[in-house]
Design a protein around this ligand. Structure first.
Ligand code: GTP
Ligand code: IMP
Ligand code: MG
Length: 337
């Protein structure tokens, strides 16, 4: 019986979607619960040769046995939810996907406010998904909850009771965060952050699980850094340098070009400290070391890649248990076995 939380360690887009898909397919948790801010996220899942972009649905959806829950702390845009339930129809989401009645609801007005505000859209560089204005209305206690929306009635369930009784009955629970440590409203590069804390403690609170119930915290790091939107990061390199290294990237939700930088060990250490990391998942090692693409045994990695990974583990002081060598879930080295 294990309750695991997975969160992003950098500025989002670390490859959480891929890691969650792998872990949930492999470990078969009874419940997969989505924490984090809301539909500002864009998780990519590649499975059986197909590629999915998700904003709200838990990335573990490919496991058809698991119950998929969205916690009370997560903002829900009913249109995005409906769209994803249809889009992922062949995974039989209906009947096993539920949201908490206390999820706050994003409206068109929230999205318009997000896009119309020069401060939010230009200075901060938000995703325009309405999350900031919605969380603001939540704090002002004017926002509507899922329980107030008639059309959502069939999807609502008390998520915290579901998860806590699963834990009490010895079942496995997997909690997935979104965004990343550097975007935390508390610990990130304020004001260039998202509208909420993004660390593991808040992920637990998002789904109604107390800290004493959590067994493992997996922090996901990309082998280099990417960031979308404005705000500083110390190890940034120029777009030309990123192209030379073949590590340029574009966003899932907005299609914006991601800014790129080198791995920052000091930042990673702090991220692991505040998240209480027990394990690290390291992704995109194949982008830095193309000879490692698709490798799924540690011994088959090149010496350069092994040295790079070992150096990160030694500097950060947390075991690297998952190494991702490509976007598909089969491109994974699992050192937990
Ligand atoms: P957010 O919730 O937005 O933070 O998303 P995320 O952490 O799920 O990451 P996102 O899917 O936005 O971006 C990661 C990108 O890297 C996607 O295109 C993935 O398919 C891809 N990816 C993930 N792991 C690997 C890997 O190990 N190698 C390669 N080459 N691509 C990867
Ligand atoms: P907001 O969350 O839309 O308000 O955007 C605030 C900041 O967080 C901007 O810099 C966004 O680019 C960034 N952000 C929000 N969600 C994600 C994500 O899922 N991946 C990467 N960056 C994100
Ligand atoms: Mg993303």
């Amino acid at each position: 019986m294990t309750c695991t939380i997975l969160v992003g360690g950098q500025w989002g887009d670390e490859g959480k979607g891929k890691c969650i898909t792998y872990l949930c397919s492999n470990d078969n948790p009874d419940i997969i619960a989505r924490a984090g801010v809301g539909p500002n996220a864009g998780h990519s899942v590649e499975f059986n040769g197909e590629k999915y972009g998700l904003r709200l649905t838990p990335s573990g959806f490919v496991n058809k046995e698991s119950k998929l829950l969205i916690g009370a702390g997560v903002l829900v845009n009913p249109e995005v939810l409906e769209h994803e339930l249809e889009y992922l129809e062949k995974y039989d989401l209906k009947g096993r996907t539920f949201i908490d009645p206390r999820c706050a609801i994003i409206t068109k007005e929230h999205q318009e406010k997000d896009k119309a505000s020069q401060y939010l859209s230009k200075k901060i560089g938000t995703t325009g998904s309405g999350c900031g204005p919605a969380n603001s209305d939540r704090v002002l206690r004017t926002i509507k909850y899922a329980k107030d929306i008639k059309e959502l009635e069939e999807y609502t369930i008390d998520v915290s009771s579901e998860i806590n009784s699963a834990i009490d009955n010895g079942k496995d629970v997997f909690i997935e965060g979104s965004q990343g440590f550097g975007l935390s409203l508390y610990y990130g590069t304020y004001p260039y952050v998202t509208s909420k804390d993004t660390t593991a403690s808040t992920a637990a609170a998002d789904v109604g699980v107390g800290p004493t119930k959590v067994d493992e915290v997996i922090v996901v790091f990309k082998s280099y850094i990417t960031r979308v939107g404005e705000g500083p990061f110390d190890t940034e390199i120029s777009p030309e340098e990123a192209e030379k290294m073949h590590i340029e990237e574009y966003g899932v939700v907005t299609g914006r070009r991601r800014r790129v930088g080198l791995f920052d060990k000091e930042f990673a250490k702090r991220s692991c400290m505040i998240n209480g990391a027990t394990q690290i998942a390291l992704t995109c090692i194949d982008r830095l070391y193309p000879e490692c693409a698709g490798v799924n045994k540690y011994d088959d990695l090149s010496k350069e890649a092994k040295d790079y990974i070992q150096d990160i583990e030694d500097s950060v002081g947390v075991p690297i248990t998952i190494i991702s060598t490509g976007p598909d879930l089969v491109d994974t080295i699992d050192l937990r076995k």
